[in-house]
Ligand binder design. Structure first.
Ligand code: PLP
Length: 267
């Protein structure tokens, strides 16, 4: 079911949260110190996109984190940057034990009522043109599947992505990611083309700051077209560019992209 925002006060204070029955908040005698924990990190953990934040988070609620010393930290990401649900949302906390009691994991050819209910609830939030769900584990997988569907449907293979985009770490998703994480990994999948990101704050062509006329999109599509071999499959666009600087695309971006795609101006 969709998360109910009212169940998630931003100021939710962990100190007022009832302690789960049976839990013991007193530190156990054999718990490693921070120094010992960082030593384990150094020896046994591989970083993701950069170094780890220099504190150990023991608890989290809403927009706040609590380190091992009980320091309360306002977390501006409140989760992975593209899934800012807030920490330990009560609806999520409630759903996890229910799944553990009902059914937790099935072969992908089998369905449980919970999955069907989720599909129905999600589609009620979506427009009539988006009425099919495919539940996967990560954002990278979702983008990977979307790109494969577009390739299958169109017969093409070229993917156009924004220059400030981040789509994930798997092969197809990272090939269409242009904001970072490209250097050092060798050739990417052929056919990925970058379109300048419309950004009123940092206009890519410095031409129409504060009076955007979408010249960047026109110039960008011309540039993409000159590199294309005429086998477009998809244009992949995040409405809010998270890793690319938390910028919201101007509304005209979407109408501009749609008009270009529909007119076949890119070919
Ligand atoms: C906008 C966006 N798309 C895709 C992804 C990839 O998601 P995941 O890390 O779940 O594979 C991320 C990850 O942060 C993201 O920010």
């Amino acid at each position: 079911m969709p998360l109910s925002p009212s169940a998630m006060p931003d100021t939710h204070d962990v100190s007022t949260t009832p302690t789960p029955a049976g839990s013991d908040l007193a530190p156990a005698a054999n718990v490693p110190s921070d120094e010992e924990m960082w030593d384990i990190v150094e020896h046994h953990l591989v970083r993701y996109g950069g170094s780890f934040a220099p504190m150990l988070i023991e608890r989290a609620r809403g927009s706040y984190l609590y380190d091992r010393q009980g320091r309360k930290i306002l977390d501006f990401t409140s989760g992975q940057m593209c899934a800012t649900l807030g920490h330990n949302h009560p609806d999520v906390v409630q759903a996890i034990p229910k799944a553990c009691e009902d059914v937790l994991h099935l072969f992908s050819g089998m369905l449980s009522p919970a999955v069907i209910e989720l599909a129905d609830a999600l589609c009620q939030l979506l427009p009539p043109t988006l009425q099919k769900d495919l539940f996967l584990n990560t954002g990278s997988e979702a983008n990977e599947a979307a790109l494969r569907m577009a390739k299958l449907h169109t017969g093409g293979f070229e993917v156009v992505g924004l220059s400030a985009s981040w789509h994930g770490m798997t092969a197809g998703a990272s090939a269409s990611t242009f904001v970072s994480a490209r250097k050092g990994y060798g050739p990417t999948i052929p056919g990925n083309l970058a379109l300048p990101t419309p950004n009123c704050y940092r206009c890519p062509i410095r031409h129409c700051q504060d009076q955007c006329d979408m010249t960047c999109l026109d110039v960008g599509f011309d540039l993409v077209d000159s590199q294309s071999v005429g086998a477009y499959a998809a244009l992949i666009v995040e409405p809010v560019l998270s890793a690319g600087g938390w910028s919201c695309l101007p509304r005209a971006t979407f109408s501009g992209c749609r008009a270009t795609a529909k007119s076949g101006a890119c070919c």
